[in-house]
Design a protein around this ligand. Structure first.
Ligand code: GLT
Ligand code: MN
Ligand code: MN
Length: 384
């Protein structure tokens, strides 16, 4: 097993991930600026498939039209010569001071209109590179104090913006799928739509709900102690897993964006196994960054590590599925799953009400999940 990344694995990185300079609230940058063109070259060198960007990762916010065009030209040439695709584009609605009170949900209607305009322009930019997915992460859509607005008003404003952007997508013929990315807090004290489940419920209220799905992130679900794989499974079952952000995180801490699989390898294993078992075929996007201790070579170690860990877990998942003892235990589980209540009818419900269950017998047999989990651990620990 070489665990070499290949284009069919669809591994992608954001310009902001490999370009992260290690700035944090307590310290300045520790690495030099990586230009978008150099980032693409580096991604090709480590074996990635795609690069994603926010509008302003590529084009500075105050760039004149001519500058924008030459940046786009240069970046396209770099992508083409290195065989790197742009599967996803996004918009930065969190950095500028104008968005200090939110973008689509801000109280000032001019800020909301500016945010929608900026998003339309970012959609134009992504479309120039053939991006198929457009991610929206509302990092500033929240509050420090609930005195400033009612959360349900914020939801209505967010809906208005989404309906508008879906119409723009249709009018321009872009064919984007929007992927909404949840996060419970940071940078705001509380962010609206704190979990993937919140967005899944909200999407059903949109005019073009078929155009909108989710982009769950490991760190964002883990920060509040939730199970990422469960969020992903709900999105998948709803036909809404349009994109995914892979990284790692210890629960209860600030957003760490650690190398994929480095904090909770078992959780990462279940996630990879789930994605592979159900046949998710979208990009595997690593939204993470190298430790602040690293130089440029360390950033490559980080990027290679994300992909290698994914491929190792993919292999472990295949071993898990092929393991004879695990298969026998799963067959025992499946044998108890013979039917269920089925669809309701008056007669069927009368039949169910008339059945007698031996609840003591139902609890009499051990379920062997300890053994099943130990077998899982032995595969993960490399002794099987
Ligand atoms: C930002 C955030 C990420 C989002 C990016 C997309 S921006 O880096 O921390 O989780 O996915 O807007
Ligand atoms: Mn994050
Ligand atoms: Mn993310």
């Amino acid at each position: 097993m070489t665990f070499e990344p290949k284009p069919e694995h669809k591994f992608s990185f954001g310009l902001w991930t490999v370009g992260n300079r290690g700035r944090d609230p307590f310290g300045e940058a520790v690495r030099d600026t990586l230009t978008p063109v150099d980032a693409v070259k580096m991604l090709a060198e480590v074996g990635a498939y795609g690069v994603n960007f926010h509008d302003n990762d590529l084009v500075p916010i105050d760039a004149a039209a001519a500058e924008r065009d030459s940046i786009v030209r240069e970046f396209r040439a770099a992508c083409e010569s290195s065989g790197i695709k742009v599967p996803m584009a996004t918009v930065n609605l969190f950095y500028e001071a104008a968005f200090r009170d939110g973008a689509f949900t801000a109280n000032d209607a001019n800020v909301r209109s500016y945010a929608v305009q900026k998003t339309m322009r970012a959609m134009d930019l992504g479309a120039e590179f053939g991006a198929e997915t457009f991610v929206l992460w509302g990092g500033r859509e929240g509050v420090e104090t609930d005195a400033c607005r009612r959360p349900d008003d914020a939801i209505k404003r967010f809906r208005e913006a989404m309906n508008y952007l879906c119409e723009y997508n249709i009018a321009q013929g872009y064919g984007y799928k929007f992927a909404l990315e949840a996060k419970p807090n940071e940078p705001r004290a509380d962010i609206y739509f704190p979990t993937t489940g919140s967005y899944l419920a909200f999407i059903e209220s949109l005019d073009h709900k078929e155009m909108v799905g989710v982009n769950p992130e490991v760190a964002h679900e883990t920060m509040p102690g939730l199970n990422m794989m469960h969020a992903v499974a709900q999105a998948w079952e709803a036909g809404k897993l349009f994109h995914i952000d892979l990284n790692d995180q210890v629960p209860g801490r600030y957003d760490q964006d650690l190398r994929f699989g480095s904090a909770n390898p078992k959780g990462a294993f279940w996630l990879v196994k789930y994605l592979e078992d159900v046949g998710y075929d979208g990009p595997r996007h690593f939204d993470a960054h190298a430790y602040r201790t690293e130089d440029f070579e360390g950033v490559k170690d980080f990027a290679r590590g994300c992909m290698r860990t994914y491929l190792i877990f993919k292999d472990k998942g295949e071993r898990w599925n092929a393991n004879a003892e695990i298969k026998a235990l799963l067959a025992e589980i499946a044998a108890t799953d013979n039917g269920g209540v089925g669809a309701f009818s008056t007669e069927a419900s009368a039949g169910l009400l008339g059945r007698s269950f031996d609840r003591v017998a139902l609890a009499s047999k051990g379920l062997k999940y300890e053994r099943l989990d130990q077998l899982t651990m032995e595969i993960l620990l490399g002794v099987d």
